[in-house]
Structures are given as structure tokens and as C-alpha cells.
Design a protein around this ligand. Structure first.
Ligand code: HEM
Ligand code: HEM
Length: 201
């Protein structure tokens, strides 16, 4: 009889403690969420730019850039998974400022971006393994694939998937950023401010 409320108390205390520790004042996103959001945005831009630029370099430089792309890809995957886990902890959700259809659209875009980012990491891993490589993280550790080098048509499928998902992420994130700027400069609400590290109050 008494165990259930006691467990709930521990649960609530944990949610409360992690919120306070993360600088959550109830109006803005907490510091952990903000750091993870901007790390995600930066990594996506770097990943896309690097992949689009490496063809203009000689082979050794290109291969070095590919290794960095894969290592940063592992980092991006961890950042996204930590963000998803963090926002699942009770008390860490931020109620939408907007309502109705705009709320539905913005939530839809956020979930879509998470889904595409997780898918992109999965495809990236699958493709790297299909090339006969391990997924190495800056030479510190490597994740061996469940299969070795695969045939050219299969590698081509991974290429097409990775390329299309990359464009989808960049275009959708671009629209998402444009919407945030519209809120800030045209509608003058707090949608962007509460995702900025120094815009408290
Ligand atoms: C590749 C770049 C980006 C990605 C992948 C991305 C992804 C996301 C995701 C998944 C969320 C949902 C956060 C959550 O509640 O869990 C979010 C929120 C947000 N993002 Fe981005 N974002 C990117 C770039 C940007 C940029 C450049 C801006 C600003 C110009 C921006 C502004 C915001 C704002 C204001 C929110 C909070 C929206 C709300 O409170 O409903 N994002 N972003
Ligand atoms: C949002 C994140 C990412 C974006 C935007 C992105 C984008 C790209 C793009 C545009 C290419 C070039 C495709 C082409 O050759 O036409 C590429 C290649 C590649 N990416 Fe990613 N990528 C991301 C994440 C990842 C992750 C997480 C991994 C995981 C290991 C990864 C592994 C690879 C591999 C192995 C290649 C092929 C390199 C080669 O040409 O041999 N990527 N990526």
C-alpha cells in the first residue's frame, strides 16, 4: 500500500532535481536541452558541408574527411539519442507556446527531424560497414559491423538513402530555422528566445 506513493515521491524528486540541476526555470528550455539542440544543429551543418566539399580534395584528404564525417556521425547519433532520452524524463517537456495547427505542425517537424536523424545515423553505419570498414570514433574505438563488404548495388542503395535523407534533414531544418526566425522577428514571441542560452527572463 505504502510502496507506490513512496516510489512516486522518488520519481518526482528525481525529475525535480534533474530539472533544477539543468537550470530549468520553467519558461525556457533547460541548459542541457539547449546545449544538445545547438550541438545537433552545428553537427548537421558540418556533416553536410564536409560531405559536399570532400570531392574537391585529393584522395588522402578526402579519406581523412570521410573518417572525420563518420566519427562526428557517431557523436551526432549519441547527442540525438541523449536528447531523446532527456526529453522523455518526466518534467523535462516544454509546453508549446503556440497552439492549434501551428502547434501540430511544429511538433510534427520536431518528431520528423528526430526520426530522420536517427535513420541517417543507422544508414551511415550500415553504409560504412557495407564498404568493408569499421565505424571508428577518431581511432579511440571502433564498432565492427555484423557483415563485411557488400556488393556494389547494395552500397548504391545506402548511398541513395543517405544522400536523400541528408537533403531532407537540411531542407526541413532550414524551414524550421526560418520559422523560428519568423517567430522572433515578425511575431516577436519567445519561441526562439527560450531556445537561446543567454536570453533568460
Ligand atoms: C540542422 C539544424 C537543426 C536541427 C536538426 C534542429 C532540430 C530541432 C528539434 C528536433 C527541436 C525539438 C526540440 C525538442 O523539443 O526536443 C528543435 C527545437 C527548436 N529549434 Fe531547432 N534545429 C536546427 C536548427 C535550428 C536553428 C538554426 C534555429 C534558429 C534559428 C532553431 C530553433 C529552434 C527553436 C526555437 C526550437 C524550440 C521550438 C519550440 O519551442 O517549440 N533550430 N530543433
Ligand atoms: C545528419 C547527419 C549526416 C549528414 C547530413 C550526412 C551527409 C552525407 C552526405 C551528403 C554524404 C555524401 C553522399 C555522396 O557521396 O553523395 C555522406 C557520406 C557518408 N556518410 Fe554521412 N551524413 C550524416 C551522418 C552520418 C553518420 C551518422 C554516419 C555514420 C557512420 C555517416 C556515414 C557516412 C559514410 C560512410 C559516407 C560515405 C563516404 C564515402 O563516400 O565513402 N554519415 N554523408
Amino acid at each position: 500500500m505504502y510502496r507506490v506513493p513512496a516510489m512516486n515521491d522518488i520519481h518526482d524528486n528525481f525529475a525535480e532535481a534533474t530539472r533544477i540541476a539543468a537550470g530549468d526555470d520553467g519558461t525556457n528550455y533547460d541548459n542541457v536541452a539547449i546545449a544538445l539542440h545547438w550541438a545537433t544543429a552545428l553537427l548537421v551543418v558540418v556533416q553536410f558541408a564536409m560531405a559536399k566539399l570532400w570531392d574537391s580534395f585529393d584522395k588522402p584528404t578526402r579519406q581523412g574527411m570521410e573518417s572525420i564525417h563518420v566519427s562526428l556521425g557517431v557523436l551526432l547519433m549519441v547527442v540525438v539519442l541523449v536528447r531523446i532520452a532527456w526529453r522523455l524524463i518526466p518534467g523535462h517537456q516544454r509546453p508549446a507556446i503556440v497552439s492549434g495547427r501551428v502547434k501540430l505542425a511544429s511538433k510534427g517537424v520536431h518528431y520528423l527531424l528526430y526520426a530522420l536523424l536517427v535513420a541517417q545515423a543507422g544508414i551511415g553505419f550500415a553504409w560504412r560497414w557495407a564498404q568493408g570498414h569499421e565505424v571508428s570514433f577518431f581511432g579511440l574505438f571502433a564498432i565492427t559491423g555484423p557483415y563485411g563488404r557488400l556488393d556494389r548495388p547494395t552500397r548504391h542503395i545506402f548511398h541513395d538513402l543517405h544522400e536523400n535523407v541528408a537533403w531532407a534533414i537540411v531542407v526541413i531544418a532550414g524551414l524550421h530555422a526560418a520559422a523560428a526566425l519568423y517567430h522572433h522577428y515578425a511575431l516577436r514571441d519567445r519561441v526562439l528566445a527560450r531556445m537561446l542560452p543567454l536570453a533568460r527572463g
